[in-house]
Design a protein around this ligand. Structure first.
Ligand code: F6P
Length: 576
């Protein structure tokens, strides 16, 4: 077969206006006003701007032609992952500049502080020490008694349930599990349970209920056997409305199905507020307490991973922690220049602040990673969706952007048109495993061919001139060929990272999640934000309480005319 040949970046047209416009992302007012900070002093800013300008006019395909070792130079094996970041607008000069910025912004120091339990979460006055959770997988001790007792209680619960020591109200062993939780108390276990469900039959059939929409809990309850279903009520605060409502609905349903009031052995709580769980009615010995400093979106490594251990076995949960530990080790012992999660974080900074890009796509070419984009949305957008520094100063530069995506190849028949020909450049992450658990003919090979060809085409594009020549040589009149070629031309020059794993194992999953966490931390430290808090979600929660009062008619708050009108419509609908 004739090899694919692409000309370097040349569409017979100028670089489109939006690309030039990206540079404006940094070209903000040169004299920051009081209370406004930027990580970029004027020298760094002009260096970054001129590097961005040069890189915009240096096609990615040209970079590959000029450096035969480029793929090797800009890729690395890290634990069970292989990361290729060579299809990015970088060279040694750009990377050095970004690493210098990171160093000046204290990224090395803050990453080290992460390992010592420093109070990096300053707005909530909480320590941060996720590596200590992963270390437990190796040593079965962390040096912190709260962590050690959390894991030993977790292991004991898992053992009691799997061995049948803990049984349902009628004496039967549990067959099904429903994890009731939302946000960080749902996404992580849901993702990992789904990812590992392709290996073996689950030890307990696992279901999830998050949303307060009554359809969710009703539909889950309709599929589980009352006598043998165990419920986990997962809520760090134990005050989350959705979780408390769904847990109450589950308990009422169980009492009615089993025709008794005592269904306590069917409910386990995971929380940092054991007293609230007790008041809610959870038996004391079935409360798994998690240290307060563990944030919801980082909690999959902790007791909040109980559903993973119950569904797939404690061994798999430990292997998952072990994968995270692999990345901890890499981050601890690699200089910034070869520290892969840091480099990925710096690429986020580069595109956000020097190119003005505010969107990135996550495209797993692995059906059992289909929930990864949703997981990463919370991880990145709840963490880096900030516009003040950790000291409370208004920021002058862009921070976290929008993360979105879906599994390949589905996305190719949907939004990839925009990735290829839309007016914005959107960096993409392609993620694939090299072996499928469910091989069928050549389907997996074809999946991978699609994955690799998408990143190739995004990078290389195809020029209008080349298309025109091909159309005319196939007999199209020159005038028509010229016109159609403009529509078919692919801009190319669009960056992507490819992450490969041998197979979707618990260890590979742990490494993948930890890789993204460190990427987030590195970018956040450069931006000067606190990635560990989420104050922006609080007001909505408060106002919803007020509006509940308004909808039930118990309160008459003063409201804008739009909200008041919507409330009236809802109330009227209930009367018909
Ligand atoms: O609404 C945001 C949030 O606080 C998340 O950060 C958290 O993961 C989720 O709610 C659930 O909180 P909890 O575990 O306390 O129920």
């Amino acid at each position: 077969m004739k090899p694919l040949q692409f000309k370097p970046f040349s569409l017979g047209r100028k670089i489109p206006a939006p690309l030039n416009g990206y540079l404006k992302g940094l070209a903000v007012s040169s004299t920051p006003s009081y209370g406004v900070i930027s990580p970029y002093d004027s020298n760094t800013r002009s260096t970054l701007l001129s590097l961005a300008q040069q890189s915009i006019s240096t096609p990615l395909s040209q970079r590959f032609q000029e450096d035969p070792k480029r793929a090797e130079r800009y890729s690395a094996e890290i634990g069970p992952l292989f990361v290729d970041y060579s299809k990015h607008h970088i060279d040694s000069n750009i990377l050095d500049t970004l690493c210098t910025i990171a160093r000046n912004r204290g990224v090395t120091t803050q990453l080290a502080a992460l390992r010592t339990g420093a109070h990096l979460n300053n707005t909530e006055n909480r320590a941060v020490n996720y590596p200590s959770l992963r270390r437990w997988a190796v040593d079965q001790q962390s040096g912190d008694s709260a962590i050690d007792s959390m894991y030993s209680n977790m292991a004991a619960l898992v053992n009691d349930i799997h061995s049948g020591k803990l049984r349902g109200q009628t004496g039967k062993a549990f067959t099904d599990l429903v994890n009731i939780g939302i946000g960080g108390s749902d996404f992580g276990p849901r993702l990992i349970c789904d990812a590992l469900s392709n290996q073996d039959e689950p030890l307990l059939k696992t279901h999830f209920a998050a949303n307060i929409d009554p359809s969710v809990i009703s539909e889950v309850l309709a599929t589980v056997p009352a006598e043998t279903t165990l419920f986990i009520v997962a809520s760090k605060s134990f005050g989350t409305q959705e979780t408390r409502s769904n847990a109450t609905a589950a308990r009422n349903w169980l009492c009615s199905e089993l025709k008794c009031d005592d269904v306590d052995q069917h409910f386990i709580a995971i929380t940092s507020r054991p007293e609230s769980a007790k008041t809610f009615g959870i038996r004391e010995d079935l409360i798994l307490t998690v240290p307060e400093w563990i944030g919801g979106r980082f909690s999959v490594w902790s007791g909040f991973g109980l559903a993973i251990a119950l569904s797939t076995g404690m061994e798999n949960f430990l292997a998952f922690l072990g994968g995270g530990h692999d990345i901890d080790q890499h981050v601890e012992y690699s200089p910034l220049e070869s520290n892969i999660p840091v480099i990925l974080g710096l690429l986020d900074v580069w595109y956000r602040n020097a190119w003005g890009i505010s969107s990135q796509a996550v495209l797993p070419y692995e059906h059992h990673l289909k929930l990864l984009p949703i997981y990463l949305q919370q991880l990145f957008m709840e963490s880096a969706g900030k516009s003040v520094s950790s000291d409370g100063e208004i920021l002058q530069h862009g921070t976290g952007g929008v993360i979105w995506g879906t599994e390949g190849t589905n996305g190719q028949h949907s939004f990839h048109q925009l990735l290829h020909q839309g007016s914005d450049t959107i960096p993409c992450d392609f993620i694939a495993s090299l072996h499928s658990y469910n091989p069928v003919g050549e389907q997996h090979q074809n999946l991978i061919a699609n994955c690799f060809s998408q990143s190739l085409v995004l990078m290389q594009g195809q020029s209008a001139a080349e298309i025109e020549t091909s159309l005319t040589s196939n007999g199209m009149p020159a005038v028509d060929a010229k016109k159609l070629a403009q529509h078919k031309a692919m801009l190319g020059n669009r960056p992507s990272t490819t992450i490969l794993m041998n197979q979707l194992t618990p260890r590979a999953l742990g490494a993948l999640i930890a890789l993204y966490e460190y990427r987030l931390f590195s970018a956040s430290f450069v931006w000067g934000i606190n990635p560990f808090d989420q104050w922006g979600v609080e007001l909505g929660k408060q106002i919803s309480q007020t509006l509940m009062g308004a909808l039930s008619g118990k309160e008459s708050p003063e409201l804008d005319s739009s909200t008041a009108q919507l409330i009236t419509r809802y109330k009227q609908a209930q009367q018909t």
